[in-house]
Design a protein around this ligand. Sequence first.
Ligand code: GLU
Length: 454
Amino acid sequence: MSIKNPYLQKVYQQVCQRDANEPEFLNAVMEVLSTLEPVIEKHPEYEAAGLIERLVEPERAVQFRVAWQDDQGKTQVNRAFRVQFNSAIGPYKGGLRFHPSVNLSIIKFLAFEQTFKNSLTGLPMGGGKGGSDFDPKGKSDAEIMRFCQSFMTELSRYIGAETDVPAGDIGVGGREIGYLFGQYKRLQNRFSGILTGKGLSYGGSLVRTQATGYGLLYFVQEMLSVMANDSVKDKVTVISGSGNVAIYAAEKAQELGAKVVALSDSNGYIYDKNGIDLNVVKQIKEVRRGRIREYMDAVPSAEYHEGCRGIWSIPCEIALPCATQNELLLEDAEKLIANGVKLVAEGANMPCALDAVAAFQNSGVLYAPGKAANAGGVATSGLEMCQNAMKYSWSKEEVDQKLHQIMVGIFHDAYNAAKEYNMENEQHQANLLAGANIAGFAKVADAMMAQGIL
Ligand code: GLU
C-alpha cells in the first residue's frame, strides 16, 4: 500500500514524525489514506480546510492510573486510556479493551478505525476507544470487580450518554460491563445508557452478544451472493479466536450450512475435521473461562496444535480472522491462497497485516475489511442506545432484522463506492477496503465541513 496524492502524502509524513513510536496507529492511517486519493481529488476544499490533518488527530486522549488491591492485599497499578477520536457525526462510541498489550498506539488505531466503522453503520455515532493493560486472565471475580470499580471511578469523568458511550472489546464482556455500569450508577446516582453490551435485566439489547459474529456472516452471505453468485453453504470455514466474535460467527456459519473446522486462542488451535461442536466450546469459554485445548477432553478425535498462527495452514474456502490485530501475516496469506481460499472477512479489527491484505486482493481472493464486516457489534450497540433513549426494548426478531438490514446496507455502500471510484483489481473485483473507507469517510467529512474549523 502506498500514498501518491501529495496532500495525503504530506499529512502522512507529519503523522509519521509526530507519532513515530505508534506502529499500529501509523498502519491504520496508511490503510485509510492510501484509499482516499480519488475523493481528495474530487474535493479540493478538503485540503483548504485542513480536513485530513484534523481527521488523523484525536479530539482528546486521556491516560489515567488505575490502582486496585489484589486478593493478597497487594496494591496493583495499571495504565488506562480513553481516546475520543472524532465526534462529527455523534457522541464518541467504541469499546474498552483489557489486555496486557494495550498502549496508546493500539487504542488510537482502534479509535481511528472505529470512526469510519461507526459512520458505515448509518447510525449517529462518533469514534472512540479505551482500555487498560490489565490482564483479566487468572484473576478472581473479586479482583475483576475491584479493578472495574477503580477504572470506572476515573473514566466516569469523561463519559456520558450524550458524550461518550463505551462498550466491550477483548477482555471486556458482560461481567465487566455489569461491574462498570454499577460503579457509574453509584457515583452519579443516575441510571442512564452510558455503556452498551449491558445485561438484559438492566437495559441491554437482545442479540448484542451475538451481533458481531452474526453480522459478519450476514455481510459474507451478501458479499458471496453479489460478487460470486455463491453462498456460505457447505464451505469449509476456519475461524480464529474463540471469544464472543468467533463463537457467534461460528454459530451463524453453521446455521447457514458452512462447515466450521477450526477455532483458536492465544495458546493454540483446534482442528475438528467433522465440524466443531459449539456446545463444547461455549461450555469451555463462556461457563468455565477455560482454554481451547480443553476441547480435546470432550472430543478426543480432534487435533490440538500449540501456537495460534498455524490455524492458517488448514485448507479452507472461507477464513474469518476473529482474534486480534496482526494475527494473519503475509506468509499466512500465501498459505491460504495456495490452499485455495475464496473469501477472507475480518471479524477482528485489522487482523490481517497490510501486505497480507494486498496479497489477497491481488490474487482474486474476496476480502472484506473489519471496519465493514465486523460493524454488526457496534451497530447493535447503536440499537441498544436507541432502545435506552426510548425506554423500550425490541424483540429478538426485531433487533436481528435491523442488524441484517444494516450489514447488507454496509456491504452495498462499500461495494458501490468502490465501483463509483473505479477501485477494482485486475479481475474487476470491487476493492471493499477502499469502498468502505470512502463510504465511511464521506459522511464524517461532510459533517466536519459543516461544523467549521474545530
Ligand atoms: N468493540 C467493538 C468494536 O470493535 C464494539 C464497540 C461498541 O459496541 O461500541 O466495534
